[in-house]
Design a protein around this ligand. Structure first.
Ligand code: PMT
Length: 397
C-alpha cells in the first residue's frame, strides 16, 4: 500500500493506450490511492467512462459543463484535492495543447489550474513522437517542471515498431511511487550486485544458492527512487529490472567481478548484496559428465573465487562500500567481523531464514556508530531505510 492516503487525479486522453489506463486505475487503487478519473472527449471513444467508474469507485468527469458540479468549477475542485495529476496516456495533441497553455476542455483546464505535480505518460506513433513539433513541446513541458515518464520502445498498435509506446501500467505505477520518495541520492551514482552466482561444473550442472535477488533489486529500485543513477550487476534471477535502472546480467562470480571492476570508477556508492559463491569448480567439463555404472561418485575440486567487495573496498579511492552478511547464527559477531576484514564502513546483517527468497526481511545495520536494527518489513521498505542511512554516511564523508 505504497500510495495509501494519496489522492491521484488520472487524466486519460484519446489514444489506443487508453485501455492500459484501466489497468493503471486498478493498480493505483490496489496500492491504496484514491483515484479520480478525468477523460477527454476523445478518450471516451476508446474506453467508456463506466469502465473507469467501476474500477475507481468514483464518477468520471469529462465535461467542463457537467451539471453534477454545482459550482461549475470541477477543474478547481478536482485538482485542489490531488497529491499528483497523472495523464496516461498523454496524446501528442494533448501535449501540444499543454505546452501552449491551452485550456479548452476539462482536463487541460484542470492541468492549468493545478497546484500539485504533473506527470505525463506519452503514447503515440513513433513518427509523431519524433516529429520536431512534439520534441519542442516535450522540451517546453520539461522546462515547465512537468515529469515525463516513458515512452517505451517496441511494437505499436499501428503495426510499426519504435519509440512512442506508453509504459506498461506497472511501470507508470512505479514511476508515480518513486515520485513521492525524497531525493536523498540526487546526482549520485550507485553500483549494486544482486542475486546468486552460478558456477558451472559441466554444460548442465553447477554450484549456486537460493538468493532470489529480491533484496538487491529492492535496493536498486530504492536508490533510483531517491534520484541516483543506478547500475545493477545481477546474477541469474527471474525478476524484472526496476524502472530507470541499468542491468548488467552475469552468471558466474568471475563475470560479476569483471562487470563490477569495469564500472566501479566514478560511483559514489557500491552495495554488494549478491550471494557470491565463495568457491567455483577448478575445471569446467565441456561435455556432460556421464554416470558410470559401478564406479564411485566423482569428486569436484573447488577453487576460491575473488572477493569482489574486498577488491572494491581496497581501491585507492573507493566508493562508499556497503556489504551484506547472511548468517544462520551469531549475526552481530560474524557481520562485524566481515565489516572489519573487508574494511568497509557499513555492513547489513540478516538471518538466512529471514533474508533468502521471501518478500520480507529483517535487517541490522552495523557501522562506526554501532548497530541499528530495522524491524521486519517488506524488502522495498527496508531498502528505502537503508538508502536513508547511506545518504547520512555520504554526508559525513
Ligand atoms: O536475494 P534474496 O533472496 O532477496 O536474499 C537476500 C540475501 C539474503 C542474499 C542478501 O540479503 C544477503 O545477505 N546477501 C549477502 C549474502 C552473504 O552472506 O554473503 P557473504 O557472507 O558470502 O559475503 C559478504 C559480503 O561480501 C556480501 O556483501 C557479498 O556480496 C560480498 N562478496 C562475497 C564473496 C565474494 N566472492 N565477493 C563478494 O563481493
Amino acid at each position: 500500500m505504497e500510495l495509501a492516503g494519496k489522492n491521484i487525479v488520472l487524466g486519460v486522453t484519446g489514444g489506443i493506450a487508453a485501455y492500459k489506463a484501466a489497468e493503471l486505475v486498478r493498480l493505483l487503487v490496489k496500492d491504496g490511492a484514491t483515484v479520480q478519473v478525468a477523460m477527454t472527449e476523445a478518450a471516451t471513444r476508446f474506453v467508456t467512462p463506466v469502465t473507469f467508474q467501476a474500477l475507481s469507485g468514483k464518477p468520471v468527469f469529462s465535461d467542463q459543463w457537467d451539471p453534477r458540479v454545482a459550482n461549475n468549477m470541477a477543474h478547481i475542485d478536482l485538482s485542489r484535492q490531488a497529491d499528483a495529476l497523472l495523464v496516461a496516456p498523454a496524446s501528442a495533441d494533448f501535449l501540444a495543447r499543454l505546452a501552449n497553455g491551452l485550456a479548452d476542455d476539462l482536463l487541460t483546464t484542470m492541468v492549468l489550474a493545478r497546484d500539485c505535480p504533473l506527470l505525463v505518460a506519452p503514447a503515440m506513433n513513433r513518427q509523431m513522437w519524433e516529429n520536431p513539433a512534439t520534441r519542442r513541446n516535450l522540451a517546453t513541458l520539461r522546462g515547465d517542471g512537468v515529469f515525463v515518464v516513458g515512452p517505451a520502445c517496441g511494437d505499436q498498435a499501428c503495426g510499426e515498431t519504435g519509440p512512442g509506446r506508453m509504459l506498461e501500467a506497472e511501470e507508470i505505477l512505479a514511476e508515480l511511487i518513486a515520485h513521492f520518495q525524497p531525493k536523498l541520492l540526487a546526482g549520485k551514482r550507485v553500483l549494486i550486485t544482486a542475486g546468486p552466482t552460478f558456477e558451472a561444473i559441466d554444460p548442465v550442472r553447477g554450484v549456486t544458492n537460493l538468493s532470489s535477488g529480491k533484496m538487491g533489486y529492492a535496493i536498486a529500485r530504492a536508490a533510483r527512487e531517491a534520484g541516483a543513477e543506478v547500475v545493477l550487476v545481477s546474477g541469474p534471477v527471474c525478476l524484472p529490472c526496476p524502472s530507470g535502472v541499468t542491468r548488467i546480467a552475469v552468471t558466474s562470480a568471475l563475470q560479476m567481478r569483471a562487470a563490477v571492476l569495469q564500472r566501479v570508477a566514478g560511483n559514489d556508492v557500491f552495495v554488494a548484496v549478491a550471494a557470491v559463491a565463495d568457491y567455483r569448480p577448478a575445471e569446467f567439463i565441456a561435455r556432460k559428465i556421464k554416470k558410470a555404472a559401478g564406479s564411485s561418485a566423482p569428486s569436484i575440486e573447488l577453487v576460491e573465487n575473488p572477493d569482489i567487495l574486498g577488491e572494491v573496498a581496497a581501491l585507492p579511492a573507493p566508493p562508499l562500500c556497503v556489504g551484506f552478511a547472511a548468517e544462520s547464527e551469531k549475526l552481530a559477531e560474524y557481520a562485524e567481523r566481515k565489516r572489519r576484514s573487508k574494511n568497509i564502513p557499513l555492513i547489513v546483517g540478516n538471518l538466512i531464514q529471514d533474508g533468502f527468497g521471501g518478500e520480507q526481511n529483517t535487517l541490522i545495520l552495523f557501522d562506526d556508530d554501532g548497530q541499528q536494527p530495522l524491524p521486519p518489513a517488506s524488502k522495498i521498505d527496508l531498502a528505502r531505510q537503508l538508502v536513508g542511512r547511506i545518504a547520512v554516511l555520504l554526508e559525513k564523508r
